[in-house]
Design a protein around this ligand. Structure first.
Ligand code: PLP
Ligand code: SF4
Length: 367
C-alpha cells in the first residue's frame, strides 16, 4: 500500500488519527501480527523495560518489509533488549541534572528543550528518553506548563524553544496552538521548534487544522521530523507534510543511525533524498545514544564516519546532515570524516571526496 492512502481491507476509520491511536498494537496482538519469535514474545509479556506500541498505519508499513525489516526493527521489542552493555545509561544525555523548571531542560546557553508530553504515537526501541517516556509521571498539567513558560519568559538569554517529549503533535490542536501563542508572545524568543515523529507513525494527524495551528506567529515555527528510512515516507505521508510546507512551516529531518535499519550508504542516501522530495531538509544524523538495552541497534562511531565519507561529495550537499554524538552532559558534537592528511608550513594536504590528495594554501598574508 505504499502509494495508497489505505489498504484494500482498511476499516472505514483508517484515516482517523484517534482511531489509529485507539487501535495501537501491543502485547499479544502485536506478537500475533508479526509472528514474533517465542523468546521475544515472552520477553514482551514480562514487560520489556519500555512501553510497546505500534499504530496500525505503521504496522502496515513494517509488514511490507517483514518482521526483520528496517521499519519493524525500530518498534518491535526484542529479547536483545535484555543485553545491557556496561556503558549504557538510563539518562545517556545527562538531561536530568539540567531541569530548571517542569519539563524544561537547559543544557545550552541560548535555547531550551520543553518536554510537554510523555506520550508517543508508537515507541522506538532506542528511545533516548525511555526512562521518562510513557511513564505517566511527567506530562505537563496546566500549572506545570505555566511554570515552564514563566521560566522561559524570565530568562532573556533564551532565543529558541524546542518543544519535544514524547510527541508534542499528540496534544490537541487547540492546546498546541495555545502553547505556541503563549511562547510567541515572549519577546526574546526568535523562533520555536517542534520535534516530532507523528508524520511517520500517524501521518493522518497532520491535517489542515494542524497546519493552521503551526503557522508563523510573530516568530516562525520550525518542525523537525524524526525519519530514519525512506520507506517511512510513502506518498500519503509526503502529501500530509506538504500541508505543513505549504503553510509556511520549514521542515527539517532528524535521523538516528541504527544497525540493520539504515547503516549503509545507499539507504542513507535514499532516505535523505526522499526527505528532500518531501521538502524536509536533513538536519541531524544522530549516533544511537547509549540507552540501556540498545546495543543490538547501535553501530560504531567509526562506521558512522565511514558512512558520512560515503555521502560527502558523492551526493547533493542538501542531502548531507550533520552527524552528531550527544555527550553525557557535554551536548551534541558534530563529527566529520577527517580530510586533512598532513601539512607543511604553508599548505595543507587535503583529501578530496574522490580520494585524491591535494595541496591547499594555508598562508595568510598580513595586511
Ligand atoms: C538537542 C537539544 C537542543 C537543540 O540543539 P541544536 O543543536 O540547537 O539543534 C537544545 N536543548 C537540548 C537539551 C537538546 O538536547
Ligand atoms: S518518537 Fe521520539 S520520544 Fe517517542 S519513542 Fe520514538 S524516539 Fe522516543
Amino acid at each position: 500500500m505504499t502509494d495508497a492512502a489505505t489498504p484494500d481491507t482498511a476499516p472505514p476509520n483508517w484515516l482517523d488519527w484517534r482511531w489509529q491511536l485507539q487501535h495501537t498494537l501491543r502485547g499479544p496482538a502485536l506478537a500475533q501480527r508479526f509472528n514474533l519469535p517465542p523468546a521475544s514474545a515472552a520477553w514482551m509479556a514480562t514487560g520489556a523495560g519500555f512501553e510497546i506500541g505500534v499504530t496500525p498505519w505503521f504496522a502496515d508499513l513494517c509488514a511490507e518489509q517483514g518482521r526483520d525489516g528496517a521499519l519493524a526493527r525500530q518498534v518491535l521489542p526484542s529479547r536483545e533488549e535484555a543485553d545491557i552493555a556496561a556503558f549504557e545509561r538510563a539518562d545517556p544525555l545527562g538531561e536530568d541534572p539540567h531541569r530548571v523548571a517542569p519539563g524544561v531542560v537547559h543544557k545550552y546557553p541560548d535555547r531550551v528543550l520543553l518536554l510537554v508530553t510523555d506520550t508517543c504515537a508508537s515507541y522506538c526501541r532506542y528511545c533516548t528518553r525511555a526512562r521518562w517516556v510513557a511513564t505517566q509521571s511527567e506530562s505537563l498539567d496546566s500549572a506545570a506548563l505555566d511554570a515552564a513558560i514563566a521560566w522561559i519568559a524570565a530568562n532573556p538569554m533564551i532565543r529558541d524553544v524546542l518543544i519535544s517529549g514524547g510527541d508534542p503533535l499528540l496534544l490537541s490542536t487547540r492546546r498546541l496552538s495555545r502553547l505556541l501563542d503563549r511562547l510567541a508572545a515572549i519577546d526574546h524568543l526568535q523562533f520555536i521548534r517542534i520535534g516530532t515523529r507523528v508524520p511517520v507513525f500517524l501521518p493522518m494527524r497532520v491535517d489542515a487544522a494542524l497546519a493552521d495551528a503551526l503557522r508563523p506567529r510573530r516568530i516562525p515555527i520550525y518542525v523537525n521530523v524524526h525519519i530514519n528510512h525512506y520507506a517511512e515516507l510513502p506518498d500519503f505521508t509526503r502529501d500530509r507534510l506538504a500541508l505543513l510546507a505549504d503553510a509556511g512551516i520549514p521542515l527539517g529531518g532528524q535521523a538516528v543511525l541504527l544497525r540493520g535499519v539504515n547503516d549503509d550508504v545507499n539507504t542513507l542516501r535514499d532516505t535523505f533524498y526522499r526527505m528532500l522530495a518531501c521538502r524536509v531538509r536533513p538536519y541531524y544524523l544522530f549516533h544511537c545514544d547509549p540507552v540501556i538495552g540498545t546495543s543490538h541497534l547501535r553501530t560504531t562511531v567509526d562506521r558512522g564516519l565511514e558512512l558520512m565519507a560515503g555521502l560527502v561529495g558523492h551526493v547533493s550537499g542538501m542531502a548531507v546532515p550533520k552527524y552528531c554524538v550527544d555527550l553525557e552532559g557535554g551536548g551534541k558534537v558534530p563529527l566529520w570524516p577527517s580530510y586533512i592528511e598532513g601539512r607543511t608550513p604553508t599548505a595543507l594536504r587535503v583529501r578530496g571526496y574522490d580520494g585524491q590528495l591535494h595541496a591547499y594554501p594555508n598562508e595568510p598574508r598580513e595586511p
